[in-house]
Write a new protein. Sequence first.
Length: 259
Amino acid sequence: MIGAGLNTNYYKTFSPTDIGGCVLHLSNHVGVDAISDDAVERWVDISPSGNHAYGVTNGGGDTFTITSADGTAPLWDSTEVTLGAAFSATTHILELKDTLTLNEFTIFTVHDITADTSKDTNLTLCGRFPSDFITLRKGDDVDRVQMKFEGELTTNMSNLTADLDLDKTRFAVRRKSGTSANVQVFQRGVDITDTSADDSATATKEFRIKYIGARLDVEGGDVTHAFNGKFYEIIIFNKALSNAEVAEVDVYLKEKHNL
């Protein structure tokens, strides 16, 4: 299906899978199966890896893990101009296979955040344990990026070079090998990492992304700092892309979603 607002010519010259190491590509314009009440049953991975995302009514592959008592899957919003998987602020989280990301990774998202002035709204990339996380945090008072890895690093990037958008936007997070400033955050293709933040953006210990959309208090436990908004696209590479490759994927997303 092609949602209104998409540029249908985006795919004619480039695809993220043209770059090696693409292990997950969920796109809002193709491969979404919804069941009753528009609950997501399956979101097809269009990368060569076939890591399809399933709702609670199915299993296997990567899984939408639902922590609410009624087991409600994310809704596929087909009533608005742009299709998207709507995550609530309390229940939904995308759980990845343990082998999907290595110590080096690059993750792209196209999403929007539902405005809620009563609490912070987060887009969180989380490891297996709550001590490992990257949080893009839209707060009441200040926008920030917070990171923590294996308890060795706590970074509070409150002095971002650009505000985090509530509107539909593009983000990328890259981790590369090295001992200095090896985690970078991009918004709309611009590196907004605040290298003057506490401890700088450096993580030397092993870290793999396990969850997208929330943190867990313990592995398999309750969701905290949950994302409240819609995902339109999620792309994961199991390596650190070059600056040129990051720019190439960002332009692809920009043109595709008319951003």
